[in-house]
Design a protein around this ligand. Structure first.
Ligand code: DC
Length: 248
């Protein structure tokens, strides 16, 4: 089977008014943003990439795509070998559009399907498998290699996937804030959820992510820590940009 893993970066977002003026002239730059679900890292990564006019690599989408494919194919998510085979052979395209990330699986737009609560709940099974991680880390590095400068967002970007990144961030937020953000995000997708339940699931997921033996969620030694509680996306962006500027 011919496996296409092209990543198309369409018309990129326009540069942000706070972007370092000299950014264009610099060598390719890798910025990583890691942190738990709901810490605001996806928004922060998208905004930062948009402000700098560079690509944004959402690595969670790769774990979510494998999970969705397994659920659709009724493959046992505990079967690591089968999951790794799916990861190796899936036909995944990620197109960065001015409206956000479009994820295509076998040509079908799965951008919304991979954000469902079912996929969110099951994706830790793919994420905890060393063989699946091996395949997806290779894929993420290949994608990164094709992008020039980019912002990579995930759990292990600064520690495992791009340990030599120029600037590394680790974002956090309290479980309460993260649960509220998640409920709002689900509501926007037409799904309803109880804040208390979501908060408990977030706490459970954190425990699983940070105690797993492979690539546990933890900050890189040289990561800049930011808590996004009470911060607007613009305030977070301004802080990120000030650090990127300082490192440039
Ligand atoms: O960031 P997210 O919620 O889209 O991530 C989906 C799943 O993939 C979640 O279980 C965490 C996992 N993940 C990971 O282990 N490593 C990454 N680099 C990105 C995501």
């Amino acid at each position: 089977m011919f496996v296409r893993r092209a990543v198309t970066v369409d018309a990129g977002p326009t540069k942000h008014k706070h972007a370092p003026a000299s950014f264009d002239t610099l060598r390719p730059m890798i910025i990583t943003i890691d942190g738990p679900a709901g810490s605001g890292k996806s928004t922060a990564a998208r905004n930062l990439a948009g402000a700098l006019g560079i690509a944004c690599l959402d690595t969670g989408a790769t774990y979510r795509a494998v999970t969705l494919l397994a659920l659709r194919s009724e493959i046992d998510l505990a079967d690591e070998t089968a999951l790794a085979e799916l990861a190796r052979t899936m036909d995944l395209d990620m197109n960065l559009t001015p409206h956000g990330l479009q994820v295509l699986l076998d040509g079908d737009d799965i951008s919304l399907d991979i954000r469902s609560e079912a996929v969110s709940e099951a994706s830790h099974l793919a994420a905890r498998s060393p063989v699946v991680r091996g395949v997806l880390v290779d894929l993420q590095r290949r994608i990164g290699g094709s992008l020039g400068s980019f912002v990579a967002e995930g759990r292990d970007q600064g520690t495992v996937v791009f340990p030599d990144a120029d600037t590394k961030f680790f974002l956090t937020a309290s479980p309460d804030v993260r649960a509220r953000r998640r409920v709002e995000q689900l509501a926007a997708q037409g799904e309803t959820a109880e804040v208390d339940q979501v908060r408990q699931r977030i706490i459970d997921r954190d425990r699983r992510d940070s105690t797993r033996s492979i690539a546990p969620l933890k900050p890189a030694d040289d990561a800049i820590h930011l808590c996004t509680d009470g911060q607007t996306p613009d305030e977070t962006l301004a802080t990120l940009l000030s650090h990127v500027k300082a490192d440039a």
